[in-house]
Ligand binder design. Structure first.
Ligand code: GLV
Ligand code: GLV
Length: 304
């Protein structure tokens, strides 16, 4: 039996398999542990089941001398220092595939919500402002038949493309369509690449300036792929039609963020994988990764 530290309460029967095999301790507070709190609780841990809100960096690893396995409860792994983990011989795993459809669904939900002004329209009804049928108010843009640009054509990008077929959209995707051409031609641009040094601020002021003034940017990937200051400026200048974000930089979005109050903006709190099914299956994959690595076997879903 090894000590496994789990940094938040998570759903799914698979936790029972983890508890049957190891000593499991769970951080039960609603807020994630701060870095110094996390360092304190992992002192004896051999396994760590962590969230994208936890930074697994040199300092954390130094505080966890017995650590052998890290299972990230996410498909992304930009919160983990992979080099430092590899140098210590620590296995790192992620939860691919099981959240692909949930995330693609959310990207489409954001796209539709932005195109048809759903949040503002629903807020108006909630505020008692539905006084009559409006022939010229709440006008949005067509999703069916529009051109969708997909930046990052991995599992999630391809799942979004499948949904776009049902809406008879013209789909452009990188790298087949170069980014600049994609930005210039798309009515909706949706981001599905991982955050890496090469994709940080990929969507900067210049990229935004290439988009149509009516186009909507959707981001369900990672906030830092977009230069958020440039996005706030583009929205305020009406240089693009709108933005719908599941991710920001930083998260949570602070009350003083330049994006606050920008027009034609929807922000939801990083809920791409937030379905019962996706989260329960993420638990299965994370537990499978930990059980394998703590047993000296390769993780079924390692990073990379
Ligand atoms: C969520 O953002 C994930 O990477 O799983
Ligand atoms: C993530 O699952 C991706 O490959 O898009």
């Amino acid at each position: 039996m090894a000590l496994v530290y789990v940094t938040r309460e998570i759903i799914g029967d698979a936790m029972g398999r983890l508890r049957a095999a190891h000593d499991v301790v769970v951080w039960v507070k609603p807020e994630p542990p701060r870095p110094e709190e996390l360092r304190a609780v992992v002192a004896d841990a051999e396994g760590l089941l962590c969230m994208l809100t936890d930074r697994v960096d040199q300092d954390l690893l130094a505080a966890a001398p017995r650590l052998r396995a890290v299972a990230n409860y996410a498909v992304g792994h930009d919160n983990i220092d992979l080099q430092a983990s590899a140098a210590r011989g620590i296995a790192v795993g992620v939860t691919p595939d099981v959240l692909t459809d949930a995330t693609a669904d959310l990207a489409f939900a954001l796209l539709l919500a932005a195109a048809r002004h759903l949040p503002e329209a629903a807020a108006a009804v909630a505020a008692g402002q539905w006084s009559t049928w409006e022939p010229t108010r709440w006008l949005g843009s067509d999703v069916h038949g529009a051109t969708l640009g997909i930046v990052g054509f991995g599992r999630i990008g391809r799942a979004v493309a499948r949904r776009a077929e049902g809406f008879e959209m013209t789909v452009l995707a990188t790298p087949e369509t170069p980014l600049e051409e994609l930005l210039a031609r798309s009515d909706f641009v949706t981001l599905h690449c991982p955050l890496t040094p090469a994709t940080r601020h990929l969507i900067d002021a210049r990229a935004l300036s290439l988009m149509k003034p009516t186009a909507v940017l959707v981001n369900t990937a990672r906030g830092a792929i977009v230069d958020q200051l440039a996005l706030a400026a583009a929205l305020r200048a009406a240089a693009i039609g709108g933005a719908a974000l599941d991710v920001t930089d930083p998260e949570p979005m602070p009350p003083v963020d330049p994006l606050h109050g920008a027009p034609n903006l929807i922000v939801v709190p990083h809920i791409g994988s937030a379905t019962y099914n996706a989260r329960a299956r993420m638990t299965e994959l994370a537990v499978d990764n930990l059980l394998a690595a703590l047993d000296g076997r390769p993780m079924p879903n390692p990073v990379g």
